[in-house]
Design a protein around this ligand. Sequence first.
Ligand code: DLL
Length: 440
Amino acid sequence: MTSAASFPFHPISAPDYVPLDKLRELQSDRLVRMVKRVYENVPLYRERMQSKGVKPEDIHDITDISKLPFTMKADLRDTYPNGLFASPQKDIVRLHASSGTTGKPIVVAYTQDDLNVWKETVARALVGFGLKKEDIIQNSFGYGLFTGGLGLHDGVERLGATVIPVSGGNTQRQIMLMRDFQVTAISCTPSYFIHLIDKAKELGFDLREFPLKTGIFGAEPWTDAMRKKIEEMAGIRAYDIYGLSEIVGPGVGAQCCMQEGLHLFEDHYYPEIIDPETCEVLPDGQEGELVLTTLSKDAMPMLRYRTRDLTTIESTACPCGRTIRRIRRIARRSDDMLILRGVNVFPSQIETGILRVPGTTPHYQIVLTRVDGLDQIEVRVEVSAESLGDTVASVEIFRRSVTQSIENIIGLRVKVTLVTPRTLERSEGKIKRVIDNRNA
Ligand code: DLL
């Protein structure tokens, strides 16, 4: 196991180790300044605060945050494109956007100071993964309006490591570059990396023989079982990085060398957990919806933004010595939840069930249909010939063990279909695991 001492201290990470009283003081100062700023500059926040009867003078320290109104994704859509900007156009130096699944995209803006903070927090994440100036990092997150590509890019440059801005796609070239440039770390979605592992194999390469040692994965939910599978298949350490466009992009939080939860860079992005039904704030240690407030963002500050991501804040000390709190890996979103025959099921539970069976691959798809008013769940899983054996009976035994493993977790009957490798669609970015044909 990696110990706290195995990654030497780097000055970029100093804010991760600030004594708690100093951190709370800093958060309080930043919150007071931010609230005043949005009250003066953003009509939506001013109106929301007025209707709650809260004035900037009522916010004295970070504990007053609970007096403030929440912000939702719909607020970003309703004020599209620039209704939540708190800086004049001349101070805005970058825009990103997130397409979302329906209708208008949401737009996010940054001043030069905002970009500097963003770079810094991504660099702090990279230090937590043990990366250094000497590393060569292939950035396979998509460049463009998506925050993944440029966000990671700037963080790598801030650290002083080498970035290869390859973006997503052209998988064969990715493998060539990885080999020829002696790449030591890669960043992309976990699902795309699994595709890369397969492609390398197809081309006759084994990633375990490459200099690659670190994976920086995020932008979509993935389980700890998936992490272990990736680490084993590629011979690397696979780290989790979390973030969302509305707050900044990647680098809101990230794992450290202990790989037990993700430290939130809470000097800039303040976390709370609420009950998603009642909006009641829950104490650390209880699971609920993550709510984030930007404490230093100028161009587009977010007040108590409801992320829909479900997690728990861990305030217990991390053996790595960082004082900033951790959240548990985000394996699910409240809007990912499938209600099947009245039972709540998350795709990540199905992923865990599949990967518990030795010989399964991490390629799967969930197809929902409705027959005579009853939800039917089919789980398609790719399997390689070598894990199946060569008799009909051995294939059936394998299929049954996958079925049972999933059913044990979700408590519902599922139909498992084994499919040959490369049958299921691959993604270069965020993967879509669920095909819902129930209302088709
Ligand atoms: O996905 C930013 C990002 C880029 C994060 C690269 C990490 C790496 P959005 O497109 O706005 O931004 O999507 C944000 O993706 O609310 C989560 O539901 C999900 N998500 C992001 N990172 C993780 C992660 C980027 N590590 C939404 N684990 C978030 C689970 C994640 N879900």
